[in-house]
Write a protein that binds this ligand. Sequence first.
Ligand SMILES: Cc1cc2nc3c(=O)[nH]c(=O)nc-3n(C[C@H](O)[C@H](O)[C@H](O)COP(=O)(O)O)c2cc1C
Length: 180
Amino acid sequence: MKYIRYVKSQCPGVLGGMYFWMYFLYLMHFLYKTETRNLFLMQEVFQMEGIEKVCQFLDEAHVYYLATVEGEQPRCRPFGTSLLYDGKLYIQTGKVKEVSKQIAVNPKVEICAFNGGKWLRVAGELVNDDNRDVKVAMLEKFPTLKSMYSADDDNTQVLYFKNAVATFSSFTEKPEVIKF
Ligand SMILES: Cc1cc2nc3c(=O)[nH]c(=O)nc-3n(C[C@H](O)[C@H](O)[C@H](O)COP(=O)(O)O)c2cc1C
């Protein structure tokens, strides 16, 4: 109120009131825009922390199981590759494999890993990415793959999770759900 009285005293009359309200609205608009931006940034930070936690769990578990669907039949196999690149969780496979063909027909998958009394499930869709840089980064993270794959062969495939729901579970704690 003190400020309102001050501004009014500086700009008396109807004009003063008008300037005051124009300034007030401008200020509110500015604050709203800044706050909205901050909220989006915070959301991104939380999302980032979540996906990092998922990737770290997969790294520490070393092995996870990837389930795909073939018609009406679920298919499951051990996998070990995971990479956080450009804010996305990637896995790697070979295009010649049945798993790759199944994902091409139906990209809905689920992975499951167990480590240290906790298990993680990530359900989502896998999206093929032809970005060579990701393939190189994946092979750098898992150098043993280099004897079978290269970034420039026609076989190496990297895919990232879209619309993913990751759930950490244990017998003692409430499930923790992370979406990315
Ligand atoms: C510990 C472990 C980790 C593996 N990691 C991967 C992997 O990250 N990517 C992959 O394509 N195959 C991986 N494999 C091999 C696949 O499990 C294997 O090729 C499987 O047969 C592929 O499934 P499909 O026969 O339905 O195509 C891994 C195997 C083991 C034992």
